[in-house]
Design a protein around this ligand. Structure first.
Ligand SMILES: [Mg+2]
Length: 372
């Protein structure tokens, strides 16, 4: 399975309703930025990272794939993905400028494409290649009904519809207003509408400081929240550890962490309860597995962050025994040959060979952007 060609691509796909915002970000499209890897025997693997569809920075990722990684990969055996991951991730010149940011996002796309290729070669879905499914049912939680940009009345109605019409048992609501009591009012209204049996998580996207989080949590503890995601600045281990000690609401984070070492530091500090690796920000499936196993070894749950809108994580979550739940945001699924699909609040187990990363021809025609 020698690698013949590396062909990067950029797709910009619209989000629900034309625009969404949390406490920190406002976007109109999701960026699917990655690469096709073609083997000499004619197989094609696809991998990508997720971005805010900013074309200038998306092109930094594709040029890293084309100019830095492709020359190291062409002619190599694609099935030796562990060795190739080391070759790329520990390449002295690239390690000097990387280990996080552009080089890591680009490596995620390459590594996912290699795993997709390997699963297609074996003729099985990625979860099967990894060792089979550890569960018969994978619960989804709906994030797309809970954006901070949704007015309170619509938020309550959307949450009610997600539960009563669409069958979700789990939802996530964004928080992070200037006055945290505004968020308390929104959450109390949602809780009244959906009842006590529905699981509700919240996500602050790193907006608040420690005193604000403590004040908020003192009131929010009565709402029976599954977790408080990214309460504080992403890299601040000490403040997360202090918050985790001061409230009964579990702390979740990880979508902004780039490495196994970063996850280990949070876990060792007791600063995290729900561990949220993202295969598209870690350097692909290879490093994701390392983080999932680290988490399992500490008897904590893995709750992946869906930078690829769960196209790959649905495989990883069905496989990994410490993963009870997975994020659902439907923006890009219809752009893929094997869309991540939810029915009655649970993800369907993918059946097609590969990692779920093959875009449709139609998606390339409608959403592709020029690389230069
Ligand atoms: Mg989040």
């Amino acid at each position: 399975m020698r690698i013949a060609r590396i062909e990067p691509f950029i797709l910009h796909i619209p989000v629900t309703g034309g625009s969404i915002a949390d406490s920190t970000h406002r976007i109109s499209h999701w960026g699917v930025v990655g690469t096709k890897i073609v083997s000499e025997d004619g197989l094609t693997g696809y991998g990508f990272t997720g971005t805010h569809a900013d074309l200038a920075s998306d092109r930094l990722i594709t040029s890293c794939i084309r100019d830095c990684y492709a020359p190291l990969l062409v002619g190599e055996d694609a099935s030796e993905h562990s060795r190739l991951w080391l070759k790329l991730a520990r390449h002295p010149a690239l390690q000097w400028v990387g280990r996080a940011g552009i080089t890591q996002l680009a490596l995620a796309a390459v590594d996912i494409a290699l795993w997709d290729l390997k699963a297609k070669k074996a003729g099985v879905p990625l979860w099967h290649l990894l060792g089979g499914a550890s569960k018969s049912k994978l619960e989804a939680y709906n994030t797309d009904i809970g954006w901070l940009s949704i007015p309170k009345d619509e938020l309550v109605e959307g949450a009610r519809m997600a539960v009563e019409r669409d069958g979700f048992h789990r939802i996530k609501i964004k928080v992070g207003h200037a006055d945290p009591m505004t968020d308390i009012g929104r959450l109390e209204a949602v809780r009244r509408a959906i009842g006590d049996h529905v699981t509700m998580a919240i996500d602050g996207n790193g907006k608040w400081d420690l005193p604000t989080c403590k004040r908020f949590c003192a009131r929010a503890e009565a709402l029976d929240l599954l977790w408080f995601e990214e309460p504080l600045w992403y890299d601040d281990i000490g403040s997360h550890a202090e918050l985790a000690r001061s409230t009964s609401i579990p702390v979740a984070l990880g979508e902004q962490l780039y490495t196994l070492d970063a996850f280990r530091a949070f876990v060792q500090a007791g600063a995290i309860h729900y561990v949220q690796p993202d295969v598209t920000r870690l350097s692909g499936v290879t490093e994701y597995i390392q983080v999932a196993e680290l988490t399992l070894a500490h008897r904590l749950p893995v709750a992946p962050h869906a930078g690829e809108m769960s196209q790959v994580h649905v495989h990883l979550a069905y496989w990994h025994p410490a993963t009870p739940v997975l994020e659902y945001i439907p923006w890009i699924k219809d752009a893929f040959a094997d869309p991540a699909t939810v029915a009655d609040g649970c993800f369907l187990r993918p059946q097609q060979p590969g990692a779920g990363t093959t875009p449709t021809k139609d998606a390339f025609q409608r959403f592709a952007k020029p690389l230069a």
